[in-house]
Ligand binder design. Structure first.
Ligand SMILES: [Zn+2]
Length: 213
């Protein structure tokens, strides 16, 4: 049974995590987003009507994700190789120029938009930061601390973060219906093939990183 000491320690740990998340968000992530917005000012786009219609018809996201508010920046994120993207709330920064004309890019869009949903579910960017920090394994955190943050290989640990597996699993779950709805309004010669759809993660992988939506 929990006593007052347990309660106090739990409360302290909780407040500490809140404080660290707020600090990391204000000192690191927020300035980073501002830089990215400036960098990508000329490359900012909204979701096309076709994408929005198909997303709605496939019932991919609950209404907490407002499709009209989503903005994506193409050729903007320069961290790492091409084919990366990072999403903060309603904004996505692609180090690529996706046209969403392939299954792979549609799956990628679902993956990034799942980060929007994750962010909404925890009340915004500070809560999301807290979730991301909590998602790194101890070995990732140890490497980060040992090197004083220098040379930390984001990509190496990226899939270690539960939000990433969760986003893959969510995209896997909806990609077929999304693709079907995209093709529903298209003529035969403009159909998007399912040949480039990524291999779905295993059920075991997905259940281990259970999705709390
Ligand atoms: Zn991701």
């Amino acid at each position: 049974m929990k006593d007052k000491v347990d309660d106090f320690v739990d409360w302290t740990e909780d407040k500490l995590k809140d404080a660290v998340s707020l600090l990391v968000y204000e000192a690191v992530i927020k300035p980073y987003i501002l830089v990215m917005r400036t960098k990508g000012a000329g490359n900012k786009k909204s979701l096309s009507t076709e994408l929005k219609t198909a997303l709605k018809a496939a019932s991919v996201f609950p209404s907490v994700v407002n499709l009209d508010n989503i903005r994506y920046y193409v050729n903007t994120w320069n961290h790492g190789g091409s084919g990366n993207a990072v999403t903060f709330d309603d904004e996505m920064f692609y180090n690529a120029n996706p046209t969403f004309e392939t299954c792979r890019e549609l799956h990628w869009l679902l993956h990034e938009m799942t980060h929007t949903l994750q962010c909404k579910r925890v009340g915004g960017m500070v809560g999301f930061t807290r979730r991301v920090l909590g998602g790194y394994s101890k070995s990732a955190l140890k490497e980060f601390i040992r090197n004083g943050g220098r040379g930390f290989d984001v990509d190496k640990w990226h899939d270690d973060v539960h939000i990433e597996t969760e986003a893959d699993c969510y995209a896997d779950k909806y990609i077929k219906e999304f693709l079907k709805q995209m093709n529903a309004g298209r003529p035969a010669n403009k159909q998007i093939s399912d040949s480039s759809c990524p291999t779905a993660r295993s059920a075991d992988d997905c259940s281990k990183h259970s999705i709390s939506f």
